[in-house]
Design a protein around this ligand. Structure first.
Ligand SMILES: Cc1cc2nc3c(=O)[nH]c(=O)nc-3n(C[C@H](O)[C@H](O)[C@H](O)COP(=O)(O)OP(=O)(O)OC[C@H]3O[C@@H](n4cnc5c(N)ncnc54)[C@H](O)[C@@H]3O)c2cc1C
Ligand code: FES
Length: 268
């Protein structure tokens, strides 16, 4: 999990907005400083309103980088995300980034990358697959959702899907799809999993990968305020090397973590 590049905070023009589902939009910002140094797994912290409502910025993975542009894929779940999804081209917002660490795609411990995601967790996978492709590293996307309208595969290549209700692709969850993929695919060599999605999915995935000794990196979420290690709002508990729980600031040490740190049962 690589540390982040130098951070910029700039007013960025919104150049394009595209609704790609009932409650999901892709929004493009003209951010040359961030686009130049962003790496897959990094996030940005966006001031979604000119007023102080909401006061705090909202964190979003970098979905894609195109020249001077960065794209974010936003699911409307509350006030801030709804404002961002409804933003108009030609308006602007303050965008801080790139923040956090990045997926480690240069490690020598794998031959094929398996990009496992669920729901809006698919957001960082387009930038990740483009970075893998640029290095000539084989990859496959395994994308899950409850039903077919939850699958956010737009722009992705080498994609297999899973839905809980069987309305598209494999019937079952995306961890079961991964197991099926590993059992039915020969010749992919050593696999490494890169994942993002809801916590229960990531926990099941981390345990599955640990049971098979498959290296695994997870992009986690938490409530965030500053995004840069000042407010202490993003504390999460993870395993340390001795198997004990320790608190980390996810914005500074994450959001990408080694999957072995996320295998402990949740506290009641
Ligand atoms: C590193 C990181 C990357 C993320 N990437 C994406 C992304 O690419 N696309 C995307 O749609 N969402 C992403 N999220 C989640 C997104 O930040 C939250 O959905 C958003 O902040 C909610 O703001 P709101 O004002 O709409 O919701 P609120 O009205 O504040 O709350 C609605 C719900 O969202 C939860 N929530 C609120 N703030 C956060 C927060 N900062 N982080 C997580 N959950 C929150 C609340 O617990 C509540 O359940 C990411 C979060 C993190 C930490
Ligand atoms: S979000 Fe403020 S310390 Fe992490």
């Amino acid at each position: 999990m690589l540390p982040s590049s130098p951070i910029t905070d700039a007013r960025a023009l919104i150049t394009e907005t595209r609704a790609i589902g009932a409650d999901v939009s892709v929004i493009s910002f003209d951010c040359p400083g961030i686009a130049a140094t962003a790496r897959p797994g990094n996030f940005v912290n966006i001031k979604v309103s000119e007023s102080n409502q909401p006061l705090l910025r909202r964190p979003f993975c970098i979905h894609n980088v195109r020249g001077n542009m960065i794209d974010v894929m936003v699911k409307s779940v509350g006030k801030g995300t709804t404002l961002l999804c409804e933003a108009s081209c030609g308006t602007s917002a303050m965008v801080l980034g790139p923040l956090g660490n990045a997926f480690s795609i240069d490690t020598p411990d794998f031959d094929t990358a398996l990009l496992v995601s669920g729901g809006i967790g698919t957001a960082p996978m387009l930038f990740l697959e483009k970075s893998l492709a640029a290095k000539g590293i084989p990859f496959r996307n395994l994308v899950g959702g409850r039903t077919r309208t939850d699958l956010l595969t737009r722009g992705l290549s080498n994609c297999s899907t899973a839905t809980d209700d069987g309305s598209e692709g494999f019937r079952g969850n995306v961890v079961e799809l991964l197991k099926h993929h590993l059992e039915s695919t020969a010749g992919i060599g050593r696999a490494k999993v890169f994942a993002c999605g809801p916590n229960p999915m990531l926990k099941a995935l981390a345990r599955f990968c640990a049971s098979r000794s498959i290296p695994c990196e997870l992009s986690l979420e938490s409530i965030m305020g500053c995004g840069v290690g000042i407010c202490y709002g993003c504390m999460v508990e993870l395993n340390n090397a001795d198997g004990e729980l320790e608190s980390i600031l996810l914005c500074r040490e994450g959001p990408v973590i080694d999957g072995r740190r996320f295998t402990t049962e949740e506290r009641p």
